[in-house]
Design a protein around this ligand. Structure first.
Ligand SMILES: C[S@@+](CC[C@H](N)C(=O)[O-])C[C@H]1O[C@@H](n2cnc3c(N)ncnc32)[C@H](O)[C@@H]1O
Length: 285
């Protein structure tokens, strides 16, 4: 008989004793879904979020409640969203009577998001990462959800892509210029049961200050669009799309950028500085 899969609640029998005990008892997982088992990774996510009794936090893809429980212990109001019937039943059993946890049966890609500002702390399915960020982060017209902050477990390669100082695609550049996206730590495959084929990352997302307004977002996204359309042009040409020449010169200097710098070489945080300065200077003129 083949050894039982590590997905099973009963660990496979082994001739060598396990070197380390799992961070918590293994949970029933018939689906091959990668559940977090590392206390370090779970604590890191929850502590990074800095939640308190006034916070509202979404655990998207809550599974058996690996994150839901420590999130609830912070005193925050928790919405645990899950679509799998077995996990939902388990969540209901664990948190059905909890005054601050609501178990929501739904798809994390379509479930209505709260109107009031909220945070997300979640270990999300790898294949939904892009769709989820599209929901949570602003769109091209400057619209955005009420996302205040997010601490997510995503595939390592995905995190690397969206955290590049100079992203390769316009969508990641818009995200990176509007939000600070940072890898807090590598989450090794062994931190999950069953272990996935690749490592993951704790991806921390925070708003960059001064970029909440529609006007500043329009300026920012117009410059980025131009920079991506013609990356070899000087950055000042992209800035000149949204500001008169003298302002363009000034803001580039203020952002510490060389006059001749290529648009395609400007890091996302510099585009954020440029947008804020353009708005600031145009207000003063
Ligand atoms: C990587 S597991 C994380 C589970 C748990 N949060 C943990 O960290 O151990 C992802 C979870 O998302 C759920 N899921 C997958 N697709 C979903 C969807 N479209 N909407 C809601 N939940 C989904 C799966 O059932 C699974 O429980």
């Amino acid at each position: 008989m083949p050894a039982r899969s590590p997905r099973s609640s009963t660990p496979a029998r082994s001739s060598t004793p396990a070197r380390r005990r799992p961070a918590r008892p293994a949970t029933v997982n018939h689906h091959g879904i990668h559940l977090l088992r590392s206390g370090t990774a779970v604590r890191g996510l929850v502590e990074s979020a800095g939640l308190g009794p006034d916070s509202l936090v979404l655990d998207l893809g809550a599974g058996p409640g690996t994150l839901t429980a420590p999130l609830a212990r912070t005193g925050a109001r928790v919405l645990a969203v899950e679509r799998d019937p077995e996990f939902l039943a388990r969540l209901e059993r664990r948190f059905g009577a909890h005054p601050k946890v609501r178990v929501v049966a739904g798809d994390l890609v379509t479930v209505p998001l709260p109107r009031r500002p909220f945070q997300v702390v979640a270990s999300i399915p790898y294949d939904l990462s892009t769709r989820l960020l599209r929901r949570l982060l602003p769109d091209a017209t400057g619209g955005a959800s009420g996302l205040a902050a997010a601490d997510l477990v995503v595939e390592w390669g995905f995190a690397q892509r969206v955290c590049r100082a100079v992203p390769r695609d316009l969508e990641a550049a818009r995200w990176g210029a509007t939000y600070e996206l940072r890898v807090v730590r590598r989450v090794r495959a062994a931190a999950f049961t069953p272990a996935p084929a690749v490592d993951s990352a704790h991806l921390r997302i925070r708003s960059r200050p001064g970029l909440a307004g529609r006007r500043v977002r329009r300026v920012l996204y117009a410059m980025l669009a131009e920079a991506f359309r013609r990356p070899d042009q000087p950055a000042r040409t992209a800035v000149a799309e949204v500001a008169v020449r003298s302002v363009a010169r000034r803001v580039l200097g203020d952002a510490g950028l060389d006059r001749g710098v290529r648009a395609g070489a400007v890091p996302v945080d510099r585009w954020a500085d440029l947008a804020r300065s353009v708005i600031d200077l145009s207000r003063r003129r």
